[in-house]
Design a protein around this ligand. Structure first.
Ligand SMILES: C[S@@+](CC[C@H](N)C(=O)[O-])C[C@H]1O[C@@H](n2cnc3c(N)ncnc32)[C@H](O)[C@@H]1O
Length: 225
């Protein structure tokens, strides 16, 4: 995984804690074996930190895979907290449920199979946090589907917005945001997404240099003015 800082910092973040439990270790081994793109241990901890600091009790995730990022969030929720996982691949979602059961966290989770955008659009309840980790090309659509489910004080957390191997780099992204021709499609869609976020006055966005880059868009107004 491409990272925004020296590998040693990632090692320190993992060392400082909180420690992964045996379920997270099993998920990490599986991701390495299958080459599955989880958010990784830094972003997992950053999501848990946001959950703890915000006192979130309700979380919706778009693009849950076999549950790695959602599991970090679920551990940081209060016992009566809830996370909704969404995933189009039924086998991955079944594995997520099994990992949550193994970690005794299944009573904090619901597992929704289908298109995450359709699921978000159909919901009428609100969430303290929404995590976007579905296809990058659909981030604008995912954000629009989720934005009105988050009340002021809540946030939308978005992974993979700064680096992706040699394809997405901070230099290429900044140049694109400055008006240059994007070097490739991924840089174009991430630049379009970050621009979309910045133009939405209802959100104030912070970009954290963890993993491949985590945008934290905090809701500061109830609606677009
Ligand atoms: C990068 S993986 C990350 C999964 C998870 N967040 C993690 O940390 O392990 C993205 C997942 O989102 C799913 N996905 C992508 N677009 C989706 C969509 N529109 N609806 C439902 N699932 C989607 C993919 O099938 C994949 O499992």
């Amino acid at each position: 995984m491409a990272e925004l800082h020296a590998e040693a910092v990632g090692g320190l973040i993992e060392w400082a804690g909180p420690a992964a439990d045996e379920v997270l270790e099993a998920m990490t081994a599986r991701a390495e074996r299958d080459g599955f793109p989880t958010v990784g241990p830094e972003v997992g901890r950053a999501l848990a930190l946001c959950t703890r600091l915000s006192g979130a009790r309700s979380v919706l995730e778009l693009g849950s895979g076999f549950g790695y990022s959602a599991y970090w969030v679920a551990r940081a929720l209060p016992p009566d907290g809830r996370i909704v996982l969404t995933e189009r691949d039924g086998a991955l979602l079944a594995d997520a449920r099994a990992y949550f059961e193994r970690g005794d966290l299944a009573d904090r989770a619901t597992f929704e199979q289908g298109d995450a955008l359709d699921i978000a659009e159909a919901r009428t309840d609100t969430f303290d946090l929404v995590v976007l980790d579905h296809d990058t090309a659909d981030y604008v659509a995912g954000f629009e589907a989720a934005r009105d489910l988050v009340a002021p004080g809540g946030a939308i957390l978005v992974d993979n917005v700064a680096v992706y191997g040699d394809v997405l780099t901070p230099d290429g992204l900044l140049a694109t945001l400055d008006g240059e021709e994007p070097p490739n499609d991924r840089t174009r869609v991430v630049a379009e997404f970050l621009t979309h976020l910045r133009q939405d006055d209802a959100f104030e966005t912070y970009l954290l240099p963890v993993g491949e880059g985590l945008a934290v868009a905090t809701r500061v107004q109830p609606s677009k003015e």
